[in-house]
Ligand binder design. Structure first.
Ligand code: FAD
Ligand code: NA7
Length: 461
């Protein structure tokens, strides 16, 4: 087979779901017999999958690099899988049978890997290689990127015409200071370093923050036997119907020894503190003028269509938004970026791009509730899809599923993962998991695909 290359070179940093979506987008073009550019992808971990590639390590990796992973043992999808399903590779195609709507991490990793393994994408990826620094060369309109091959301990550089950054933004902790925390006698960590609930068994736990990490770490620790969980919020409580053993309090004001004091004047003793205070968008390899500067939101400033950097249109960012949609949103972004690089999507002038960005940012400002946020991201994806040939799917139905998911969580924060949904990609009805989520203590792929309920499984061991 003759593979035609267009005469330009694309560098991709990161082989998580976003970077892999970029490779897949080009691959689907190549399969049609169309020319694609020369591609190179660099990944600092020793495998693909990004966040879904679990690591037991904390702090730094084997080669002394800041560790990327923030996922933990017993992590189960916190949204229905039907909302993140790839349009060109369904769960049923991968597993050959219906599975439940909230699979554990290893199962989702297997699914991500299943799609990419069908292609020769691995040949384009250099693992254990970290992007150190990027320079833009205005004379040639190219990027010079300096990398370190961590295994060989060697530095090298590459030149690219387009640079795609897919390095994620849930890795570098945002870690505020609270007076007295310096002398707290127990464990103090950020959610990024949380590797599972086991170590907090029989402990009284304080979680600071009131978003996804606090909600899930709180519920996980409750499930796996913590003595009590208190969630401390800055703006709004999560407001779930908590079981005895989980409660919410306003923000911590300070600590004295193992005692935390709260804004409502109460105080309580704790064994451990986990900061669930979110993450920073961090790009230590990008110079100031190429760096995306944003907090976690649905439409970061300076990204045309959420992907093309406003100050330099040869720089592309994928997956930088806060996420309701995940894998299929990264796909639609990658397909858009591909068609833009191939010259099929015309880029409006700077003023028009600014106007478009402002329009979306205004829309985000007007979106206040969870349901409105879902509608926002649905409309964003609809807009992106309209430019490309990414397989169309019923986004309104996916939005409805997200809204039901929000209600399911409201009704039962411990039981929402037992609900099942229907795929909009191939109409498969998910099957209820053999064991209720609260009783399922084993999150392995092997156990997940086993047919027996928890009690029988225990007996057969
Ligand atoms: P990442 O998955 O973060 O991948 C980025 C990749 O870039 C990594 O492999 C990293 O090693 C690499 N990289 C970074 N810097 C460099 C560098 N300088 N040089 C080379 N490589 C580099 N989403 C869901 O859909 N469902 C969930 O249930 C869910 N749960 C989550 C739970 C947690 C605790 C976290 C943190 C996230 C969760 N997410 C969930 C969101 C998750 O981030 C996305 O699903 C997805 O992994 C984002 O893909 P990405 O490729 O953009 O980023
Ligand atoms: P998020 O969703 O960005 O939320 C961060 C939370 O941290 C949010 O509740 C913030 O409160 C809170 N925060 C931030 N700074 C502070 C300070 N200084 N004091 C108290 N509270 C603070 O991050 P998550 O980690 O929960 O979720 C990220 C992803 O990980 C997500 O996709 C999941 O699937 C997993 P605020 O509400 O702004 O007052």
């Amino acid at each position: 087979q003759i593979i035609f290359m267009t005469a330009f070179k694309v560098g991709i940093i990161g082989a998580g779901p976003s970077g892999l979506a970029m490779l897949r987008a080009f691959e689907s073009e190549q399969k049609k017999g169309n020319p694609i550019p020369e591609l190179k992808c660099y990944e600092k971990q020793d495998n693909w999958g990004g966040m879904w590639n679990y690591t037991w390590r904390t702090g730094v990796g084997k080669y002394g690099e800041p560790l990327h992973g923030s996922m933990y043992k017993y992590l189960w999808s916190n949204g229905p899988k039907e909302c993140l399903e790839f349009a060109d590779y369904t769960f049923t195609e991968h597993f050959g049978q219906p599975i439940s709507s909230y699979p554990p991490r290893e199962v989702l990793f297997d699914y991500i890997e299943g799609r990419i393994k069908q292609s020769n994408a691995r040949d384009y990826i250099q693992f254990n290689t970290v992007a150190r620094w990027v320079d833009y060369l205005p004379e040639t309109k190219q990027f010079r990127v300096i990398f370190d091959n961590l295994v060989k301990n060697e530095t090298f550089e590459e030149i690219f015409d387009y640079l795609v950054v897919g390095t994620g933004h849930f890795s570098t902790p945002n870690m505020p200071y609270f007076k007295g925390i310096d002398n707290f006698p127990g464990a103090v960590m950020h959610a990024h370093d949380f590797r599972g609930a086991d170590q907090f068994k029989n402990q009284k736990l304080l979680l600071i923050g009131s978003s996804y990490s606090a909600e899930d770490i709180g519920v996980q620790c409750y499930k796996h036997g913590s003595a009590g969980v208190t969630i401390s919020y800055r703006s709004n409580p999560l407001g779930s119907k908590w079981p005895d053993g989980i409660k919410e309090k306003p923000l911590v004001t300070h600590f004295e020894g193992n005692k935390a004091f709260f804004k409502d004047g109460t105080s309580e003793e704790f064994d451990a503190v986990v900061f669930c205070t979110g993450y920073q968008h961090k790009f230590p390899f990008l110079p100031d003028n190429l760096r995306l500067k944003t907090k976690n939101c649905l439409y970061p400033d300076n990204l045309y269509k959420g992907v093309i950097f406003h100050e330099n249109e040869k720089l592309i960012f994928l997956g930088m938004q806060d996420q309701y949609y995940t894998f299929n949103m990264f796909d639609t972004q990658a397909w858009f970026a591909r068609d833009y690089m191939l010259g099929r999507v015309a880029l409006p002038n700077g003023q028009e791009r600014r106007k478009d960005i402002d329009k979306w940012m205004d829309y985000e400002k007007r979106s206040l509730t969870g349901e409105e946020h879902v509608d926002f991201q649905t409309d964003y994806i609809k807009d992106l899809i309209s430019y490309t040939d990414y397989p169309a799917f019923d986004l309104d139905k996916v939005a409805d599923m997200f809204k039901s998911w929000l209600k399911d969580k409201e009704e039962s924060i411990l039981g929402y993962r037992d609900k099942v949904y229907q795929s909009v990609m191939d109409n498969t009805h998910a099957e209820k998991h053999h064991t209720k989520w609260m009783k399922e203590m084993d999150d392995s792929l092997e156990r997940y695909l086993d047919e027996q309920p928890a009690d029988e499984f225990e007996l057969s061991k």
